[in-house]
Every structure is written in C-alpha cells, then in structure tokens.
Design a protein around this ligand. Structure first.
Ligand SMILES: C[S@@+](CC[C@H](N)C(=O)[O-])C[C@H]1O[C@@H](n2cnc3c(N)ncnc32)[C@H](O)[C@@H]1O
Length: 285
C-alpha cells in the first residue's frame, strides 16, 4: 500500500469510525479514486472540465481537506446558484425573511477538517453567514472570521436551537454529519421547520442508509431514504390520510419538492397553499 492509500484508509476510518466494525468494510473505499497515479490526474482533469463554480473551487483546493463526492458538486450548484442570485437582490432588505439584507445563512452539520466550510465561504462569498457544527471538539480550531463552529450533537434539538438562534434563522442546511439514521431524522425534525421559505435542506451520503453500521438496511424503517419517501407522502396529505414518523410537521404546507439523487436528498422549502385545479375556456363537449 502506498502513502496516499494509507492516508486515505486512515481518513476513511476517521470519517466513518464504524467502518471497521461491520461487514461493509470496503463499501466506501471501492468508490474512492485515490492513488499515487490517479489522484493528481483526476483532480487536474476535473478542474479542466469543471462545469460549475463549486467544482472549480474543490479541484483547485490547496487549503484544508474537503471530503465530498464528485457528483454532489453539480447538485449543490443547481440548488445554491439561484439562491445566491436571489440573496444578492435582497441587499438592503433587512426585514426579508429569506437571507435578510442579502446574507444567506448556511448551516453545515459535520465539519471534520474544516475544508467544506472554506469551500462554502469561497462559493457563497464574504456576506454569507456560515456555521458548522461537529461533535468533535477539535473542530473548534476551524473557526475563522465570519465562519463559526459550534461543538455539539446534531441529534440534540436544544443544541441545534442554540445554533439557529445565534444564526438568526437559516436558509440552507447541509447534513454531512454522523450519517446515522436516527441523528439525520432528529436534525431534520428540528431544522426543517426553522428554514426560511425559499430555502433548501440537503442530506448527503445516503449510501449509508443501506449499511447496517449506520442504522441502515434495504427499506429499513427510519433511514433517511425511507424518511425521504415519507416526505413525498406528506406532500400529498391534501389527498389522503398519511401516517408516518413525520406526523405533526405539517409538511404538506412547507415542502415544495423532494429530489432523490444518488446518495443525496434535497428538499425545497416554501409556502404551499391548498392545491386547486381550474377549468378555463370553452368546453369541447
Ligand atoms: C463526513 S465528516 C464531515 C466532512 C465535511 N463536511 C467535509 O465535507 O469536508 C462528518 C463529521 O461529522 C461529525 N459527527 C459525527 N457524529 C456527529 C454528531 N452526532 N453530531 C455532530 N457531528 C457529528 C464527525 O466528527 C465528522 O467530523
């Protein structure tokens, strides 16, 4: 095993400390391209072929380590680029519910090496309010001017409340924390209602929803893949009785869309009124 492979293996164990204990030992590693020969080449090529700003930021990164799957970058950009433009148009609008005074409020669960916080700062610019939370005390070191790190457990609603209070609301959440199903659900239950209309909630690395070590398994109740399906059901609560783990969130009035991508779910928040159909024009029969 060469140096880079060794570094990667230790990184995987750091990110996914449970990997060692379960039978999916190589599940993650088989998807990661990193070796002495390939890594610099792929990074160079991906930078040359970058189709969005986030890819350019990631593939030219020489700063703190970022750990993201390649295909997430285009998905993030698809959701975040319009929000950036909209926020820019709100400069001076201090009473705006979404991005007051043009300042997008972004919360990432899971800081680790601090690389993604730097990535978001580069991407969202100097005005954005960026907070990261992590259970690991060491992550406090990654705080910098305007980029805040708070230490605590993503499954603890009281801790999350202290963070969102400090942020003065949120427009974007990215859950890249423990990837444990019950934690993801607890975070979603508290944070989604806190997101301003127009914002988005993203939960990533959902391949773990199929892995036992993360409370996952095929169609196992409680995984965020199953929760995502429940969100789809609640969106349709206007038309049928729906009974899931998300009862009481009144999601039919606040979920505009739920999009499933490989290992990632994006949920758009907005004010949804009772749907209605219209008949306009002359009938043909
Ligand atoms: C995948 S890493 C984050 C990577 C980072 N966002 C990036 O893209 O470079 C996951 C992080 O979640 C943290 N974590 C694990 N359990 C947590 C919990 N219950 N609450 C908050 N953070 C947690 C870990 O300490 C780890 O730093």
């Amino acid at each position: 095993m060469n140096m880079i492979d060794k570094t990667f293996k230790s990184l995987v164990k750091q990110v996914f400390p449970r990997l060692k204990k379960n039978s999916d030992d190589d599940s993650l590693e088989q998807f990661v391209i990193i070796s002495d020969d390939d890594a610099p080449k792929i990074i160079r090529e991906n930078l040359q072929n970058a189709s969005n700003e986030l890819e350019r930021i990631v593939y030219s990164n020489k700063d703190r380590r970022i750990f993201k799957w390649h295909h997430y970058l285009a998905i993030y950009d698809r959701y975040f680029a319009p929000l950036k433009s909209y926020a820019a148009s709100l400069k001076g609008e201090k009473d705006s519910i979404f991005a007051p005074n043009g300042q997008l409020r972004i919360l990432e669960l899971g800081v680790q090496n601090g690389g993604s916080l730097q990535m978001w700062r580069k991407y969202f610019g100097p005005d954005a309010i960026i907070f990261g939370i992590d259970i690991d005390q060491n992550c406090a070191a990654f705080e910098s001017k305007g980029t805040n790190v708070r230490i605590g457990d993503q499954s603890n609603p009281e801790f999350l409340k202290s963070v969102t209070d400090e942020m003065g609301g949120i427009d974007i959440v990215i859950d890249d924390g423990s990837h444990i199903a019950s934690h993801q659900l607890a975070s979603f239950r508290y944070l989604f209602p806190e997101i301003s209309n127009g914002g988005v909630y993203i939960c990533e690395d959902l391949h773990t929803a199929y892995w036992d070590g993360w409370e996952g398994g095929f169609r196992r109740p409680g995984t965020f893949i199953e929760t995502g399906k429940s969100i789809v059901d609640h969106m349709h609560e206007w038309y049928a009785g729906i009974d899931t783990e998300l009862n009481g969130m009144d999601l039919k009035r606040s979920v505009l869309s739920v999009a499933f991508y490989d290992s990632l779910i994006a949920i758009e928040k907005g004010e949804k009124t009772r749907p209605y159909a219209i008949h306009v024009g002359e009938s043909s029969f």
